[in-house]
Write a protein that binds this ligand. Structure first.
Ligand code: HEC
Ligand code: HEC
Ligand code: HEC
Ligand code: HEC
Ligand code: HEC
Length: 325
């Protein structure tokens, strides 16, 4: 696999201890969240190492733009720290995110009890602090890699990110988030088994985020002894994913090599999609599962992460149907 070794990260800024000392509840919730592991997650480290070996230092350096945050003193944060939302430097826009520890702390409202300066702004409770990193990311070839922002803008209800992602856990792909995301149901229409998937609890596409994420609808039809008569593994439409293609047409391609989106079959927020399968003779019962993959299994294998528990596939929703009266 990858041979070259990535140079060590830049010096890490410690904006955290001062905040953590006085806000232990927010700190503990944050410390258990994906934001705290943004530069340490095994998948991120392996992908960044691969980007470095495959495409060079300039490409790998870009990863740090969102997985860590530059500070006014020229260091980088170790993760998506408190300051990434609460202490953005004046003029920081999508491409110039900068933590300034000397800035007043941004808050949606003030208690008047803080020993530090507080700047009150409703913007922090809207989507604004999230979009520099979660908005839209394209590679230099113009291929969209992450489009959570535009997906959310297209939704009709107009809820802010934190209406569903409570600070400071921001649970998304954690179990609590996934189980809210979608439902699956089964019903029989004559000699047809119909599976219906409804992305009812997301504010953006399912899955959203990097093109690594995949959700698959698994359907099985069993006979009376529990033997499998049919499964839908060969149905390409049952995979919800954005797959990228490289110049040679290989799919899926890593984001830095991609020149096109080969397919985007993800579910839009609120979308209902149905899948019809003919019932084989002897059909007795059916089962459907909606399964979330943090990354495609062949990629995890390639990166030697197949045994990593935090990356194991997870069932979002399931349904069963008896086919005999
Ligand atoms: C990803 C963005 C983000 C990060 C990172 C973040 N916060 Fe917040 N924080 C928010 C938002 C948004 C609110 C406002 C929530 C609301 O409207 O009630 C908030 C509110 C707060 C409040 C007000 C009380 C409360 O809980 O609502 C405190 C205190 C706070 N944050 C401390 C911290 C500390 C300490 C850290 C680091 C350990 C941190 N925050 C990291 C986004 C963030
Ligand atoms: C010396 C203790 C201390 C430190 C250090 C500290 N805070 Fe606070 N902060 C408080 C107190 C006390 C309040 C009043 C509300 C409360 O009790 O939670 C507060 C309030 C807040 C609020 C809500 C606004 C308000 O006026 O009530 C936010 C947001 C916040 N702090 C974020 C942070 C962040 C981010 C950091 C690190 C950059 C930080 N604080 C560092 C003690 C501290
Ligand atoms: C400085 C960049 C940055 C900012 C600002 C930011 N995020 Fe994130 N966020 C990340 C990164 C990087 C990850 C991925 C961490 C990982 O999976 O290792 C992430 C992960 C998440 C996740 C997935 C959590 C999970 O359990 O899988 C959610 C949800 C999320 N962010 C919501 C938000 C919201 C809401 C805001 C605004 C209040 C916000 N983020 C602000 C960079 C950021
Ligand atoms: C209506 C509720 C809702 C709203 C609003 C919402 N989300 Fe989500 N989000 C979810 C659910 C449910 C999941 C878990 C399913 C999934 O991974 O897509 C999720 C997952 C995520 C993830 C993790 C994706 C992954 O697979 O790693 C991120 C990042 C995220 N949301 C960011 C955002 C941002 C940024 C906003 C605002 C622009 C936002 N969300 C608004 C419900 C919502
Ligand atoms: C514009 C901001 C941005 C840049 C630049 C960026 N990422 Fe990300 N990345 C994110 C966000 C936001 C998430 C989390 C989204 C989610 O969980 O849905 C994420 C998530 C990931 C994940 C999933 C982590 C996990 O634990 O599941 C990997 C892997 C990843 N990024 C690799 C990279 C690599 C490699 C690069 C550089 C080639 C890179 N990223 C550049 C914003 C960025």
């Amino acid at each position: 696999m990858v041979a070259a070794v990535l140079p060590l990260a830049l010096p890490l800024a410690l904006t955290l201890p001062p905040c953590a000392d006085c806000h232990p509840r927010q700190y503990q919730e944050w410390a258990a969240s994906a934001h705290a592991a943004s530069a340490a997650s095994p998948l991120y480290r392996a992908m960044r190492q691969w980007a470095y070996a495959d495409a060079g230092e300039a490409v790998a350096a870009r990863c740090a733009d969102c997985h860590t945050v530059p500070t006014a003193s020229g260091e980088r944060s170790a993760a998506v720290e408190c300051g990434a939302c609460h202490q953005l430097a004046a003029g920081a826009g999508p491409d110039t995110l900068l933590i300034d520890p000397d800035r007043p702390v941004l808050a949606p409202r003030t208690s008047g009890d803080a020993p530090h300066p507080v700047a009150v702004s409703a913007a922090i409770a809207a989507d604004a602090p999230c979009l520099p990193c979660h908005g839209q990311l394209s590679n230099p070839a113009g291929v969209p890699l992450c489009t959570t922002g535009p997906e959310a803008a297209a939704r009709t209800a107009g809820a802010a990110c934190i209406a569903c992602h409570r600070p400071h856990t921001f649970a998304g792909a954690a179990a609590a988030g996934l189980h809210r995301a979608a439902t699956v149901s089964l019903d029989r229409r004559g000699e047809i088994l119909r599976a219906t998937v409804l992305a009812r609890g997301v504010g953006h596409a399912l899955p959203t985020g990097p093109s690594l994420r995949q959700v698959r609808l698994e359907v099985e039809i069993l006979d009376r002894r529990g033997y499998r008569l049919f499964d839908n593994r060969s149905d390409p439409s049952a995979l919800f994913a954005r797959l990228l293609a490289d110049p040679a047409g290989n799919v899926p391609a890593p984001p830095w090599r991609a020149v096109a989106v080969a397919q985007d079959t993800r579910l839009a927020a609120g979308e209902r999609r149905t899948f019809d399968y003919p019932l084989p003779a002897g059909a007795w019962s059916a089962e459907a599962r909606l399964v979330y993959h943090r990354a495609p299994p062949p990629l995890l294998h390639r990166l030697a992460l197949a045994q990593e528990a935090s990356l194991a596939p997870r069932v979002i929703a399931r349904a069963r149907l008896s086919l005999v009266d």
